[in-house]
Design a protein around this ligand. Structure first.
Ligand SMILES: C[S@@+](CC[C@H](N)C(=O)[O-])C[C@H]1O[C@@H](n2cnc3c(N)ncnc32)[C@H](O)[C@@H]1O
Length: 377
């Protein structure tokens, strides 16, 4: 079967996700605002879910139609052959999003779409009650400019849920964004990586998974695992491929520092929960002011306090100056820093070579990039 697939992602990460999809060999990759479209078969659907590091979810786009009123919504949803996709006991929650459209009430959109699917299912299966106790088929109604797109969520829970993070430190970075920060840098598995404000360790752990070619979805479940038209064999093949490609030999050079021992405990727990505790990744209590290193051509990727959520603004500015001084001393290192502070570069003491607008949750940030020289081998 050929699927029209959509990988949704945070604004600013589209090109990263598109690159990931191209590297996975997906077809018709096309980046748009907050989403990247692509096409593929059952294997593509499974592999995208298992491997995408910076996407939020993988959707199957079922149908698009003009939709300016509830009747068009009802009939458009009804025209999809639901009983060919879903068994009689399928669980199909309906969620909706609307933007610049005549239909604005999310509960009414959800109710109408749900009613429409229920009618088709009841008629085909000759049931008056659908118990919805079986496989999960999350439906999304996406209305933009009076055009309706009906999608099925193949991922289930968001792809940031790799399975290793069970407790949150204050202001943690979403795994998908942390993976994006690493992928936007020139770090590779042979280089030293330091996060001097590592908190619960997200950047270090995502870098480790990338460096070891560990599929981020290796140990989790996906909604489409229960879909008969995708099939258990496609999932099994994708899983076997991911197991084969996982590098179980290389030792990395990754360290995370933080001055809060409680969050470091979490970082160590998270590392252990993804089974990477003996692979050259270390977390240590250290104030950024005490950081020193003799390593060459290292890379700093970090998410320091912004002064919005954790510290007062002057304290954050002080820390940016400390980071700037570090960069001045470590002339062959590269620095990559995400911050929402509008005066970051002035505090850091240098203009970034590249800046990229990214969202850390709802906070508009810039990713300040200071790539150093290429390592001499
Ligand atoms: C925005 S949080 C980092 C969150 C992290 N990226 C994660 O995913 O959990 C900033 C971190 O900086 C740490 N921090 C604040 N001041 C520090 C200092 N002077 N030296 C080292 N760490 C510091 C805080 O304890 C906090 O964990």
């Amino acid at each position: 079967m050929k699927f029209n697939l959509v990988a949704s992602c945070a604004l600013g990460l589209e090109s990263v996700v598109a690159r990931e999809l191209n590297n996975l060999g997906m077809a018709d990759v096309h980046a748009d605002n907050g989403r990247v479209k692509f096409t593929g078969d059952e294997s593509a659907l499974c592999r995208a879910n298992l491997w995408l590091r910076s996407a939020d979810r993988v959707w199957w786009s079922l149908k698009k139609f003009p939709c300016a009123n509830f009747e068009e919504l009802f009939l458009g949803v009804k025209s999809i052959p639901w009983p060919e996709l879903m068994p009689v006991n399928a669980e199909f929650p309906v969620d909706a999003h609307t933007y610049k459209s005549l239909l604005t009430s999310l509960p009414a959109i959800q109710r109408t779409a749900k009613k429409s699917i229920v009618e088709v299912m009841q008629a085909r299966y000759r049931r008056t009650v659908l118990d919805e106790s079986g496989a999960h088929f999350p439906v999304k109604i996406f209305l933009v400019n009076d055009e309706c797109e009906v999608l099925l969520d193949t991922s289930g829970s968001g792809l940031h849920k790799r399975g290793y993070r069970t407790w949150n430190a204050p202001a943690p970075l979403r795994e998908t964004l942390a993976a994006g920060l690493v992928q936007l840098s020139y770090w590779n598995k042979d280089r030293v990586l330091i996060d001097p404000f590592c908190g619960s360790g997200t950047i270090c752990i995502e870098a480790a998974m990338l460096g070891l070619n560990m599929a981020p979805g290796l140990t989790r479940k996906f909604a489409a695992e229960g879909w008969s038209f995708v099939g258990a064999q496609a999932w099994q093949n994708a899983l076997e491929e991911a197991e084969d490609l996982f590098d179980r030999q290389t030792t990395l050079h990754i360290a995370g520092f933080d001055n809060n021992p409680k969050t470091l405990k979490l970082a160590r727990l998270h590392l252990q929960q993804c089974g990477l505790e003996d692979r050259g990744i270390h977390f240590q209590e250290r104030d950024v002011r005490d950081f020193s290193t003799s390593a060459k051509y290292g890379v700093v990727i970090t998410n320091p306090p912004y002064g919005e959520r954790l510290l007062e603004i002057e304290e954050a500015e002080d820390l940016y100056a400390v980071l700037g001084n570090l960069r001045a001393k470590l002339s062959d290192w590269s620095f990559y820093i995400i911050s929402s502070h509008p005066e970051f570069e002035a505090c850091f003491g240098a203009k970034a070579q590249r800046k990229r607008k990214l969202y850390n949750g709802m906070i508009a940030c810039n990713y300040f990039q200071y790539p150093g020289p290429k390592p001499k081998n």
